[in-house]
Design a protein around this ligand. Structure first.
Ligand SMILES: [Zn+2]
Length: 289
């Protein structure tokens, strides 16, 4: 009974904070291929964000925010990406520390268990992207190698950086330390601009530093097609796709985040990339207008 009460309380608290877990059996997803690479974007939770996270500076930008989000809520989700190639199953990001059931359900829907995951590619160290990696101090994925962007891991494991951090940032340092302790010799890194690992040919990391110091997007290219999972390049698609200069309070370096957002969106439009991200209100890849 107490367990049920606690679970119920958890749901009430999540609802109060605007976060709604996807129900078991209701994980929405979109599956498609780029060349030999099978891709599946899976939505673990619906998550409204308060539009006050946005930092518009001009009148035009302020009007765009008010028009897109009249009730002050950015209707949003948390997406993760599954990549399958012969011989490897890779997850891009692992969700929150409270979305284990959603992750299990999402993997089950793809015909997989946690033990089938061979690689986990982390886009950055925020709690909604690495939260599912460790359970009670142990790896939540029994076999997977965890790959971090080199610059991101260096930043969040630096004792110097930790000394000048406070509040929520301290938790990120602790999380990364716990992940490194749990996965030990199954931790690796990749460089932005390069292939993430030899087992995943055609899967590249793209430098999107700004949101965090080593934030990356993941690009998959084959047979003249390009798909990009841009992770946290933006949090409010309906405003930021048209106004990339508008950053969010989550962006550690808002000016750098705005520059990389503008650059990536320009390239996406010019080169006809199919895109999606961690916090966009769709799972299917889109070609931007
Ligand atoms: Zn995020």
């Amino acid at each position: 009974m107490w367990k049920q009460v606690v679970q119920l309380l958890g749901v009430v608290m999540m609802l109060a904070s605007g976060v709604v877990p996807a129900q078991a059996g209701e994980i929405s997803f979109n599956e498609f291929s780029v060349g030999e690479v099978n891709l599946r974007v899976m939505s673990l939770v619906q998550k409204d964000l308060n539009a006050s996270i946005l930092m518009p500076s001009t009148e035009e930008q302020k009007k765009a925010v008010a028009a897109a989000y009249p009730d002050g809520a950015i209707h949003n989700v948390l997406n993760v990406l599954l990549i399958r190639v012969p011989g490897a199953v890779a997850l891009v990001d692992t969700g929150y520390d409270w979305t284990d059931e959603q992750m299990d359900e999402a993997l089950r829907g793809a015909g997989l268990g946690r033990e089938d995951v061979t690689h986990i590619i982390i886009t950055h160290a925020h709690g909604d992207h690495v939260g599912g990696l460790v359970k009670d101090g142990k790896p939540a994925f029994s076999r997977a190698v965890v790959l971090f962007p080199e610059r991101e891991l260096t930043y969040w494991t630096s004792p110097e950086n930790r000394k000048s951090a406070s509040g929520g940032a301290l938790k990120i340092f602790d999380n990364v330390a716990n992940i490194a302790a749990a996965y030990k010799d199954r931790m690796g890194t990749f460089e932005a601009g390069e292939n993430v690992c030899a087992a995943l040919p055609g899967v590249l990391a793209m430098d999107e530093s700004g949101h965090t110091p080593g934030h990356v997007g993941i690009m998959v290219s084959a047979e003249g097609k390009t798909f990009v999972f841009w992770s946290d390049l933006l949090h409010a698609f309906d405003v930021q796709a048209a106004h990339p200069a508008v950053s969010a309070s989550f962006d550690m370096d808002p000016a750098a985040a705005a520059r990389v957002r503008e650059d990536m969106l320009n390239r996406a439009r010019k080169e006809g990339w199919q895109v999606t991200g961690s916090h966009v209100p769709f799972t299917g890849p889109r070609v931007l207008k």
